[in-house]
Design a protein around this ligand. Structure first.
Ligand code: FAD
Length: 387
């Protein structure tokens, strides 16, 4: 059985900051899909690429720029261009450059699904390998709301919405978080009739109320039918599309239903029970301030699977913290200033806790009392971050 000092299960955003950054230790990365994870292929990068084209196309069509542009292509042609640009930017969803980058650091890439067999042993699609330390970086999966009839209608998650070249003429988007709002803005800009259904009283509920109302107004100006305090209670297939009934008995017909009702940690089936790890109530892998998994030795976790803050930069940050700790330093995380954005036009940007969602409070005095230092994420002099 081959053995490695460090085995990373899931070659996502967090892993990228670990492989190549633990000098003197052998590293294997187990990846069942694309090296680099979701962000570069089906999440952040394609969404921002599409949104940028939508923004430019919309801008050249506005009166104030009419003196500079003699005309613009129609929405279908613009959408085709957006897809072409997106696919070029995401390298056609081919991860070979990332795989080469990984291997150029001396780490070993093992393609397959990783499952913990027992402490110290991981099965990689039928082949067992040994580990000294294991890092879980398995990301998250879209949540699927329990709506009767959902299985009978055309449904996209954000993965499909950002990979397809199909242009829906109408869409119901379920979920008014950042992903739902960005997709609503994107498709509505290209002319899709979008209904955005948000269960709570406001969009992006983790942000300040002012952000929610400004974002809602922006979406309304793009023609999005925003329904707050609303729920889809039933779906029916009608022709090639969907007929969605809402809780107030109103109904919407659409070509496609797009699920943006949150994501949950990809923690099932990893064999964590064999290490005695108990997941949190939300299914996340519980970690301490060093990103060590609670209740197990030599087990670490980074990124969405920890349920900390579902952003690429959080995964990067935690990856750096783990790499530092695996390299003999003693580094703690500090989440007081996590930045985030909703990439509409204008972009809504925020950082740190909000009044609406204060998060864990951290006492500075208490921090000063620690011998370990909180880390702002900047690598110490002489260390490699791999990012
Ligand atoms: C539409 C959309 C837009 C987004 N936009 C942004 C944005 O603009 N900015 C931002 O900061 N964040 C954004 N995010 C969030 C961001 O994509 C995630 O927070 C980030 O990808 C999480 O990284 P990760 O390393 O935890 O997991 P991932 O990048 O998802 O990587 C996990 C990897 O683990 C692999 N894996 C899972 N289980 C196993 C297993 N058992 N064995 C082997 N491999 C396994 C998977 O194949 C995957 O490659 C967006 C998300 C979505 C859905």
């Amino acid at each position: 059985m081959d053995s490695y000092d460090v085995v990373i299960v899931g070659g996502g955003a967090g892993a990228k900051l670990i492989w190549g950054s633990v000098p003197g230790r052998s590293v294997a990365v187990v990846e069942q899909s694309r090296v680099g994870g979701d962000c570069p292929f089906v999440a952040c990068v394609p969404s921002k690429a599409m949104l940028r084209t939508a923004q430019v196309w919309h801008t050249v069509g506005t009166d104030q720029w009419s003196g500079l542009f003699s005309g613009r292509v129609d929405s279908e042609r613009a959408y085709e261009e957006a897809v072409r640009r997106r696919d070029r930017i995401v390298h056609g969803r081919d991860d070979s450059l990332n795989a080469e980058g990984l291997e150029s650091t001396g780490a070993t890439l093992l393609r397959g699904e990783g499952t913990i067999v027992e402490p110290g042993v991981v099965d990689v699609s039928g082949t067992e390998i040994g580990y000294g330390e294991i890092v879980l970086n398995t990301g998250s999966v879209p949540s699927r709301p329990d709506i009767p009839g959902l299985e009978s209608v055309p449904v996209w998650t954000s993965d499909e919405a950002l990979s397809t070249s199909t242009y829906p003429s109408s869409a119901v988007i379920i979920g008014g978080g950042p992903v739902g709002c960005e997709l609503a803005f994107l498709f509505a800009t290209f002319g899709t009739a979008v209904t955005l259904v948000q269960r709570g009283a406001r969009l992006v509920p983790k942000e300040e109320p002012e952000t929610s109302s400004a974002l809602q107004n922006l979406l309304l100006t793009r023609g999005v039918d925003v329904r707050v305090n609303a729920r889809v209670v039933e779906m029916e297939s009608v022709g090639a599309g969907a007929h969605a009934t809402l809780g107030d008995a109103s109904a919407v017909d659409a070509d496609v239903v797009i699920l943006a009702a949150g994501r949950h940690p990809r923690s099932q089936g990893l064999g964590l029970d064999r290490l005695g790890v108990a997941l949190t109530a939300k299914g996340a892998v519980p970690i301490d301030e060093r990103c060590r998994v609670r209740g197990a030795d030599h087990v670490w976790a980074v990124g969405d699977v920890t349920g900390t803050a579902p952003f690429t930069h959080t995964a990067h940050y935690q990856g750096r913290v783990v790499a530092a700790n695996l390299s003999g330093r003693d580094v703690l995380t500090d989440y007081r200033a996590v930045p985030r954005a909703v990439y509409t036009d204008p972009v809504f940007v925020s950082v740190g806790h909000t009044v609406a969602s204060p998060g864990p409070s951290t006492s500075i005095r208490w921090l000063r009392g620690r011998r370990c230092r909180r880390w702002s994420g900047r690598a110490p002099k002489g260390s490699r971050t791999g990012g």
